[in-house]
Design a protein around this ligand. Structure first.
Ligand SMILES: NC(=O)c1ccc[n+]([C@@H]2O[C@H](COP(=O)([O-])OP(=O)(O)OC[C@H]3O[C@@H](n4cnc5c(N)ncnc54)[C@H](OP(=O)(O)O)[C@@H]3O)[C@@H](O)[C@H]2O)c1
Length: 259
């Protein structure tokens, strides 16, 4: 059975590659000699990441500015004639772009924040997946979606973020059924606390974000990149449906041991 890593002719498209889990996954796949197509809104970050990926052995690393929550940008991206040869080699899609905004309870939370989370985490993921699917099906490829433990267990101030990640889980499950028989694999990676820019983005306050991880050892972005790459590297007949990964210091949402 064919493994999906270590083959230089293969391309992976990663959304939200400019930081955190997306960036770590790009670096990890670079060491496995993948070609990479890296996207996010911050193109300067992608350009310096691309240089590091090439140094690590990636075959080629084009980058594109892409806001997944903007439907017309997604449509233009997938119909860019310069990118079509890459799409035809695309075996892996990592739907990683996502975010949480705010921690207010529903009675006082911002509708605008809800809209951004829904548009990015759900509608954006759907738009990219829909456009990528014909290529992924043709190549008997693999789609990895970034869910979250929040998609299983909600928490105060997290209802809408949790709803978006529950949607990612549901979409992953349904898609797996829709592509049955094509050889395509679909995986949901559901991490607990990972120290990235996630909490900075959520709180808009670097010091408050740092406090979240105080006295405990969170997961690193590289830990989750490992999980993603392990799922990709299974033989073609093995489909990892879901991985729920907590740091040892986090027994559940809200159950954090601080030494
Ligand atoms: N950190 C955690 O504790 C944790 C736990 C469970 C799940 N997750 C999930 O893991 C994924 C990655 O998060 P992370 O922890 O690595 O956070 P991060 O460091 O903030 O990275 C998020 C990435 O998403 C991109 N992004 C955000 N909105 C976007 C948009 N509209 N269009 C395109 N790209 C967009 C960002 O790039 P630009 O700003 O440059 O666009 C960035 O590269 C997310 O889906 C998140 O929900 C994180």
């Amino acid at each position: 059975m064919e493994a999906h890593t270590g083959e230089s002719s293969k391309f992976a498209l990663i959304t939200g590659a400019s930081s955190g889990i997306g960036e770590a996954t790009a670096l990890r796949l670079a060491t496995e000699k993948f070609g990479l197509l890296l996207t996010a809104r911050r193109q300067d970050r992608l350009e310096s990441l691309a240089k590091r990926c090439l140094e690590l052995g990636a075959k080629s690393v084009p980058v594109r500015k892409l806001d997944v929550s903007d439907r017309s940008q997604v449509d233009d991206f997938f119909s860019d004639p310069k990118l079509l040869p890459l799409f035809s080699k695309m075996h892996v899609l990592v739907n990683n772009a996502g975010l949480a905004k705010g921690v207010d309870k529903m009675s006082s939370a911002s509708m605008d924040d809800w809209q951004v989370m829904l548009d990015t985490n759900v509608v954006g993921l759907l738009a990219v997946t829909r456009q990528a699917l014909p290529h992924i099906i043709k190549n008997r490829g693999h789609i990895v979606n970034l869910g979250s433990v929040a998609g299983r267990w909600s928490y105060p101030g997290g209802a809408v973020y949790s709803a978006t990640k529950a949607a990612v889980r549901a979409v992953t499950e349904g898609l797996r059924m829709d592509v049955q028989g094509t050889g395509v694999r679909v995986t949901n990676i559901a991490p607990g606390m990972v120290e990235t820019e996630f909490s900075d983005v959520r709180l808009g306050d670097e010091a408050a974000a740092k406090k979240i991880y105080e006295g405990m050892t969170p997961l690193s972005a590289a830990d989750i990149a490992d999980c993603i790459c392990w799922s990709l590297s299974r033989p073609a007949h093995v489909n990892i449906q879901e991985m729920i990964v907590f740091p040892t210091d986090q027994a559940g949402i809200g159950y954090v041991h601080r030494g």
